[in-house]
Write a protein that binds this ligand. Structure first.
Ligand code: DX5
Ligand code: ZN
Length: 226
């Protein structure tokens, strides 16, 4: 069932070498990445603080790939108007980050950015069910958001399966992205469960043979399920 939904590989620059960010992004693109994953943390929705608009501009200058901006921030729509100056973005909003996710998605969309929806590991799929008609992409967190290099939570696989079953029964092209702990051993599990987009930070930028090899290794592992 998965083969009818093309696989996308999305390197998360959270694990890039920020002393050579442009080179790492260019290497990811040259290695066959389909998009770049950009983790924004505000120190409130999650404890850590990462980066925002000016770094996003630098990434945009380094690649023409789509960029998925993963907003681990409270009220992510506050940033939509500013980020809309950057081309070819998806803004992924957490259902837990606002009291009005419907308005949040609407504001993101009306700014000209493609909206997507995500949920924390302890949030059930039911919490986003009513919103699925408003997006064409959903992100399943397979770690607690906030840091790279954590272990994949296998107990999240049924969420991916449930979303894939919904997608297939409605004949939609819902993209199902997975973020957290994606390595060569877990990529096939997420793919087999129905994921279409595999986000990986340490698995790609921490690869012993370099960024290109990292992208290729995740793709090969996911493709190995046939
Ligand atoms: C975690 C971030 C992820 C992170 C994944 O909060 O949302 O995108 O970069 O890192 P890995 O692939 O190392 O688990
Ligand atoms: Zn992320």
């Amino acid at each position: 069932m998965t083969s009818s939904h093309p696989l996308k590989i999305s390197p998360s620059i959270l694990s890039a070498d920020f002393g050579r960010l442009a080179e790492d992004v260019a290497e990811a693109e040259a290695g066959g990445a389909d998009e770049i994953h950009f983790d924004v943390m505000d120190g409130q929705f999650v404890p850590g603080i990462t980066f925002g608009f000016v770094v996003l501009q630098a990434v945009r200058a380094a690649t023409s790939l789509p960029i998925d901006v993963h907003m681990m921030v409270k009220e992510p729509a506050r940033y939509a108007a500013e980020y809309a100056a950057i081309s070819n973005l998806t803004m992924t909003a957490h259902v837990e980050s606002t009291n009005d996710i419907e308005a949040t998605l609407r504001e993101i969309e009306s700014s000209g950015i493609r909206p997507a929806l995500t949920l924390n590991p302890d949030t059930p799929v039911d919490a986003i069910m009513a919103m699925l008609a408003n997006v064409d992409r959903v992100l399943v967190m397979t770690v607690v958001p906030g840091a790279g290099g954590q272990s994949f939570m296998h107990e999240m696989l049924p969420k991916i399966e449930a979303l894939a079953a919904l997608r297939d029964s409605s004949h939609s092209n819902l993209e199902i992205a997975v973020d957290g702990g994606i390595k060569v051993d877990t990529a096939p599990l997420a793919r087999a469960a129905g994921a279409t987009t595999l986000i990986s930070g340490s698995g790609i930028f921490g690869h012993a043979d370099g960024v290109r090899a990292g992208v290729a290794s995740i793709r090969a592992a996911a493709d190995s399920i046939g």
